[in-house]
Write a protein that binds this ligand. Structure first.
Ligand code: PEP
Length: 250
């Protein structure tokens, strides 16, 4: 079965008011969206449930993070089981802002991924190299190390609910997008790695999406790459052009 195209919107810590959140949702609700693309939006946790109640039923919601424990004395954290109980189907894990600003290691990212999957969530798992790592020609090594930590903890069947987001750190929020060739090279590598480290079936079925300064313009060429199965969109997911990104395959 062909992999379904996937477009996620990571709102990060935006918007800053409930009124602005409603404007974004109203635009999505009124839009003519490609029914063949899976669309998931990730607002701040405060807005998850109110947004879920007002957004159209063919758009799913995602948390931007969760902890690796079910319950307990972890002030400020949200459990995957709580998210699932609230009807939130997806969570983003390992975003570069969490790895960098909040010092999340690949081991913690792997534990969170496993806990989220055990808690019945689907996971958008982010990986990617810094500019320094790319310039030192360590991209593949870095991405492989980030993936290996997760591969070690997951069963083969867990991968049914994982979407891998390749997000080069130097492209996130910078306006500097990877070229189609750069993205395809890493996506192809990730697919090959999954084949040997997990199984050919998981390699064939797992969606690998690109993130990093995606816009309605640059998504066109990226979307033609054989191993690019969609996008994780930050800044542009708050703008009307998000609809054009969702509809890029039409
Ligand atoms: C992101 O936050 O995952 C992201 C890709 O951001 P941006 O599109 O703004 O670069």
């Amino acid at each position: 079965m062909p992999r379904q195209f996937f477009v996620g919107g990571n709102f990060k810590m935006n918007p800053i008011s409930r009124a602005q959140k409603k404007v974004i949702v109203n635009e999505l609700n009124a839009a003519d969206l490609d029914p063949n693309t899976e669309v998931v939006i990730a607002p701040p946790s405060l807005y998850l449930l109110p947004l879920k109640d007002i957004v159209r039923s063919d758009i799913k919601v995602s948390a931007q993070n969760c902890y690796c424990k079910t319950s307990g004395a972890y002030t400020g954290e949200i459990s995957p089981v709580q998210l699932a109980d609230a009807g939130v189907p997806y969570v983003i894990i390992g975003h570069s802002e969490r790895r960098t600003l909040f010092h999340e290691t690949s081991e913690l990212v792997a534990q969170k991924t496993k806990a989220a999957l055990d808690g019945s969530l689907s996971v958008i798992l982010c990986v990617g190299e810094t500019l320094q790592e790319r310039e030192a020609e360590k991209t593949i090594q870095v991405v492989e190390n980030q993936l290996r930590a997760v591969v070690t903890l997951l069963n083969e069947s867990d991968w049914d609910r994982v979407v891998i987001a390749y997000e080069p750190v130097w492209a996130i929020g910078t306006g500097r997008v990877a070229t189609a060739a750069q993205a395809q090279e890493v996506h192809a590598y990730i697919r090959q790695y999954l084949s040997t480290a997990v199984s050919p079936a998981v390699s064939e079925n797992t969606r690998i999406i690109y993130g990093g300064s995606v816009t309605a313009t640059n998504c066109k060429e990226l979307s033609t790459q054989i191993d690019v199965d969609g996008f994780l969109v930050g800044g542009a997911s708050l703008k009307p052009e998000f609809v054009d990104i969702i509809n890029v395959k039409r």
